[in-house]
Write a protein that binds this ligand. Structure first.
Ligand code: PMV
Length: 350
């Protein structure tokens, strides 16, 4: 008999950025299976905090989203998250409903992997509230069904998400390959716009698969890129990691550009930042760039280079702000004394 709790359960998970990118699905259905394996690092400074309260008096589950403590208007994200919660309830034979509040401390759906930290924190809170005794691997598999990259946000440090081959998806999960302490890298996130992206990743991936002449080449090179990146990480070889990570990023954006109609997630400032980072590296600064399906640039660097990298990126016209992060932990429960309401702006708190 499971000990379901009606006390609030608050979980936190961190955003991650892929160094070896995931773009493409082998099964776009409810199992959400990737066409490639991928590798990411967890970002300490960007996180989602999700509170879940089991409440069987409700006739349906409820969810509300916040950004930096301010409520976000209900949108497609609410519908998607509620459908995900209903799937979790159905497939785990849970009859009652729950109330959920989730806060991102960074811009939502703008290429900073808010769906990764959001779904990972939701799965962790759900497993704790309903005492589901899921292993981290189980959580990764459930989180994958909300958003592919969420499978990696269950873990801290350096994470590998396996493509897997099974049709039921049971071998497509992430795992931590090395802890953050193995190689304490920093990431400077340069935000060029907080606007939400126009084409979501599922639609974009499908479009690339159907129309981009470079899609197949990207998929075929992925295993070799994964091996190179893992070797570079285990031996802390910065220049080898820089080379393979930038190549993976450019290959993904290259195939996006060549999709029909083209998928252009970058802005002018994104490209200026990218070129500046390359210049810095040529002058000996240990830094490389990466960028997901959005206009933000992430500069991965050795701790000693953070100040110089941040100053250089801040000077670029069109860079609105920079955030420095170290590598973060995996999804975890916050202490019982933590109150979600403390995150919410008192002026809007119910
Ligand atoms: O997890 P999704 O469905 O939002 O897709 C993420 C895709 C990229 O961020 C562009 C790459 C990645 O590996 O995270």
């Amino acid at each position: 008999m499971r000990e379901v709790t009606t006390k609030p359960r608050c979980a936190r998970a961190h955003s991650n950025i892929a160094l070896i990118k995931y773009w493409g699905k082998r099964d776009p259905g409810p199992l959400n299976l990737p066409a490639v394996s991928s590798l990411s690092i967890s970002l300490d400074a960007l996180h989602s905090t999700t509170e879940l309260i089991v409440d069987d008096s409700l006739s349906c589950s409820e969810i509300s989203f916040f950004e930096d403590g301010q409520p976000r208007p209900s949108s497609g994200a609410n519908t998607r998250a509620l459908a995900f919660v209903d799937m979790l309830r159905r497939e785990n034979n849970i009859e009652g409903h729950c109330r959920i509040r989730s806060n991102n401390n960074f811009p939502t759906a703008a290429g900073l992997a808010s769906s990764a930290s959001g779904f990972a924190s939701l799965v962790h809170a759900f497993s704790q509230a309903y005492a589901l005794a899921w292993s981290s691997r189980d959580q990764s598999i459930w989180a994958r069904r909300g958003s592919g990259s969420a499978s990696r946000s269950i873990f801290g440090g350096f994470a590998r998400w396996h493509r897997g081959v099974k049709v039921d998806g049971s071998d497509s999960f992430a795992e931590e390959i090395l802890a953050a302490e193995h190689w304490p890298l920093n990431v400077v996130v340069a935000t060029t716009t907080a606007a939400q992206k126009k084409v979501g990743s599922t639609e974009g991936m499908l479009r690339s698969e159907q129309t981009s002449p470079f899609y197949r080449a990207f998929i075929d090179a992925q295993d070799a890129d994964m091996r190179l990146a893992e070797e570079a990480i285990s031996s802390r070889d910065f220049s080898a990691l820089a080379q393979v990570a930038e190549h993976s990023c450019m290959k993904m954006h290259g195939l996006m550009f060549a999709s029909l109609p083209p998928l252009i997630y970058w802005r002018g400032a994104t490209l200026d930042a990218l070129l500046r980072i390359q210049e810095l590296r040529r002058s000996g600064v240990p830094v490389f760039f990466t960028s997901d399906a959005g206009p933000q640039i992430k500069a991965v660097c050795e701790p000693g280079a953070v100040k110089e990298v941040e100053a250089a990126l801040s000077e670029i016209p069109g860079v609105l702000s920079t955030t420095v992060s170290s590598l973060g932990p995996g999804a975890h429960l916050l202490p019982e004394e933590f109150s979600f309401s403390d995150l919410v702006d008192p002026a809007v708190s119910p």
